[in-house]
Design a protein around this ligand. Structure first.
Ligand SMILES: [Zn+2]
Length: 352
């Protein structure tokens, strides 16, 4: 059975009224004729949200990733819908008290497996598969990542099966709506010095990507994709690696026009599709294995990436004993083979 057929069949099999409100035109582009959203999502208007304090911004650029969070609430045994709705109200109250215009994240999943709209208009935009609601869940990623908060604390506890299966289904709907690969599912700690989404849930992300891919009938890309506009450490890593290959760009952590041009030059020189997007075809050609004694921008890429994750290392382009110790610690933390050498598997982990 074709994937789209199965999902359309699912769609027609009887979903909530909320899930079939489709075709709302957005500034970001034409609405689709039919929403492929399969998860029953409780809208803001149903769980009793208060209006946002300012108008919600719907960006025309689509999201390119999902960021998974945990709420850090105690792991309640109340799995009811009433609890889920009161959680959504509590989060909105907390976030607005912190100065946000509305709930920070786009969606929330309760321990009972209820999926709720977070920030207003998130459901409408998902159904349209067009545009993106500017949000407040991960600094530097709010205009490009869909944020999902999972109720509970998963530092040592395992997420309930019903929560996890709803997370798989919601991620699949999101990947399908905006046409990005399940590789683009991350944890909050990939972008910030935070424990979120907890070591147990974070440790499940590789499985989550595979489960989402299976649901969609696709395979998981080994490497992440970073489009033009990416900022922060990932942009810095990309810039160092491009410099390793002779580009003269400045390492400023901002993937702007100069970096996109350098990516295009690299793609041209290496016979890759030329699109300025930093994705799976580029990474394996661009990375350089570095080890004790290596020098240069690729070493700076490793060092700056490790430093941004809290490992003690200075960014000097000299791969010495301190860098090797940090690499070994990182490899240990990520469950990689611990050899102190940064080869493809360690690069994949550093790029994530
Ligand atoms: Zn978080």
């Amino acid at each position: 059975m074709s994937h789209s057929l199965s999902r359309r069949t699912l769609f027609g099999a009887g979903l909530s009224a909320a899930a079939v409100v489709v075709g709302v035109p957005l500034s970001g582009g034409p609405a689709r004729a039919t929403s492929l959203v399969t998860v029953d999502i409780i809208p803001t208007g149903v769980w009793g949200a208060v209006p946002p304090s300012e108008a919600i911004t719907v960006l025309s650029t689509p999201p390119n990733k999902i960021i998974v969070h945990h709420t850090a609430h105690p792991n309640t045994t109340d799995l009811s819908r009433a609890r889920a709705e009161s959680l959504a109200r509590e989060i909105q109250r907390d976030h607005m008290a912190r100065g946000f215009i509305d709930t920070g994240q786009h969606f929330t999943i309760s321990r009972g497996g209820y999926v709720l709209e977070g920030r207003h208009r998130s459901l409408e935009v998902l159904q349209a598969g067009s545009g993106h609601v500017s949000s407040a869940h991960t600094t530097g990623q709010n205009n490009e990542a869909v944020g999902i908060e999972n109720e509970g604390t998963y530092t040592s506890a395992t997420p309930p099966a019903v929560l996890y299966s709803q997370l798989v289904a919601l991620c699949a709907d999101i990947c399908q709506a905006w046409s990005f690969n399940p590789r683009q599912i991350y944890g909050h700690r990939d972008f910030a010095a935070t424990e979120c989404p907890g070591g147990v849930l974070y440790g499940r992300l590789a499985t989550l990507r595979n489960d989402v891919a299976a649901r969609l009938g696709v395979t998981v890309d080994p490497w992440p994709t970073f489009p033009s506009g990416t900022s922060g450490q990932h942009a810095r890593t990309i810039q160092y690696l491009l410099r390793q290959h002779g580009a003269t760009i400045t390492v400023d952590g901002s993937f702007g026009p100069a970096t996109a041009t350098a990516v295009r030059d690299f793609q041209t020189r290496n016979g890759l599709a030329v699109n300025g997007v930093f994705g799976p075809p580029v990474w394996p050609v661009l990375i350089v294995t570095v080890r004790n004694g290596s020098t240069g921008p690729a070493v700076e890429a490793v060092q700056s990436s490790l430093a941004s994750r809290g490992y003690t290392v200075s960014v000097d382009g000299q791969f010495g004993p301190n860098t090797e110790a940090a690499v070994r610690a990182f490899q240990t933390d990520r469950g990689l083979s611990v050899d102190g050498v940064v080869g493809p598997q360690s690069w994949i982990a550093l790029a994530s």
